[in-house]
Design a binder for this molecule. Sequence first.
Ligand SMILES: [Ca+2]
Length: 204
Amino acid sequence: MFSCNFEQDFCVFSNIYGVPLQFQRTRAFHLVDDYAPERDHTLNTQSGALIYVNTIGSVKDSYAQLRSTRYMPSANCKVRFYYYINSATTAGQLTVMTRTESVGYTTILWSSSKVLGEHWERQEVSLPTGQLSEILFEVKNLGDGGGGGIIALDDISFSNECQKSDSYLPYGTSTPTLQPVTTPSCGFQCKDGSCIVKEKVKTK
Ligand SMILES: [Ca+2]
C-alpha cells in the first residue's frame, strides 16, 4: 500500500502545471477563508496539513489537476481518500479519473460537486485493472452562478492490489485531454445538486 497524509509533502502526487489552478499544500490554521476546513483529516488538528484548491475568483472551467505516481493495478485495486467541499453556493466539481497514456484520454470514475459544509467525507473508488496507470484528481470551477469555495483532499491511499511503479506511461497517440476535460454527463441530478454519473445509475 502507498499513501499520503500530506503532513510533509505531496508524496507520490504532483500538480500538473500550465493549467489555471493548482492544488496548494498547507496547514489548516493558515486557511482563513470562511469555507476552509478548520482541521485536517489525518490529525484532526488545526496544525494538520492538507491540500486544497480555492475556486473563489476563478473563471468558469478553470481547473487544477493532481496526478499520482504510476501503478500497476491488479484485481481489487482501489484508491481511498477524504474530501471536503465547502461553499455558500457551489465550490466546483471534484473528479477522479485514470489514464494509461501520458497525455491520452482519461476515464472518469467518480465525481461530486455536493457541498458538504465543515466535514470530511470518505470515498473509495475501484480502479480499472490490467494496465500501468495513473490517477488524476481534478477540481473544476463549473461557473454555474456560485461564488466558488474550497475543495480539499487528505489521506489518499492505494490498496495492496495497486503496485507502485517507476515506469513511465507511453506517450498518447490519442487527442490530449489536458485541455477542457469534459464534465461527466449527469445521469441523475439529486435535489441537493449532487450528481450521479451516468454509469452509476441503475436502469430497469
Ligand atoms: Ca493530513
